[in-house]
Design a binder for this molecule. Structure first.
Ligand code: DC
Length: 228
């Protein structure tokens, strides 16, 4: 493996990208980046500032202002905004519109490149990581699952949510993500596609880690109590 190793994990909403990426980041000592956080943060900030997410000029102005006042990784910073604020239905709706703006996508792609350039090995989840952001990533995964299964999982993770509402949001986002003109969601030709519909999380992680090992990645050694 050469110096800057990148593993791309793409796929539709709630396909298991976050859980599996976090597990692999721990197993193989990789820095982890959730690229969707940048899109969600912009959608959140727009709603808070009264900016319409489809106002492309205002949205481009918003990202410039944020980046003038903060460090380049601020949109990825997990401590900047709470997950509960970024995962409301309003933000989930607005983010699909935000993610259609080509100038914003280019700006976020540059921020991801900048972030990865400071890390020897990383695992990055999103929608376009293996196709647009890192078309030469060493390993590419595309996780998918049927909409009903993904909605069931998200419904379980979000106490108080209504299954039908979650399913409608999953189906709507699938449509928006796959049909947009700029960087639509699709598997890279050289990605390992895993349909997780009927697979337990542990099995998906086992399949992905096997791909990583076959590509020459070395697993972190776990020290046992007896060995200490
Ligand atoms: O991964 P997520 O569901 O938190 O992402 C939120 C939205 O951001 C998703 O609906 C589409 C967009 N997104 C994107 O267009 N490209 C990425 N690399 C990551 C997310």
């Amino acid at each position: 493996m050469n110096q800057h190793t990148v593993i791309a994990v793409d796929g539709p909403a709630a396909a298991g990208k976050t859980s599996t990426s976090r597990a692999l980041s721990d197993m193989f000592t990789l820095s982890y980046l959730e690229s969707g956080r940048a899109y969600r943060t912009l959608a959140y900030e727009a709603l808070a500032a009264g900016i319409r997410p489809d106002d492309r000029a205002a949205m481009t102005g918003l990202i410039s202002t944020i980046l003038q006042k903060n460090q380049s990784d601020t949109l990825f910073d997990p401590t900047r905004l709470r997950d509960s604020d970024l995962r409301t239905l309003d933000v989930s709706k607005a983010v699909s519109t935000v993610a259609k703006i080509p100038d914003l996508r280019s700006a976020i792609t540059s921020l991801i490149h900048e972030w990865a350039s400071h890390r020897p090995a990383s695992i990055i989840e999103g929608r376009d990581i293996g196709t647009i952001v890192f078309p030469r990533a060493q390993i590419k995964f595309f996780l998918t699952a049927c909409a009903e299964e993904r909605a069931t999982r998200r419904h379980r993770q979000e106490p108080g949510s209504v299954y039908e509402t979650v399913l409608a949001d999953v189906v709507r986002r699938d449509h928006e993500d796959t049909s947009r003109e700029a960087s639509p969601l699709r598997p890279a030709a050289d990605s390992v596609v895993i349909d997780t519909s009927s697979l337990p999380l542990g099995q998906v992680i086992a399949m992905m880690s096997e791909v990583c090992r076959s590509a020459g990645m070395i697993e972190k050694r776990h020290t046992t109590g007896a060995a200490r």
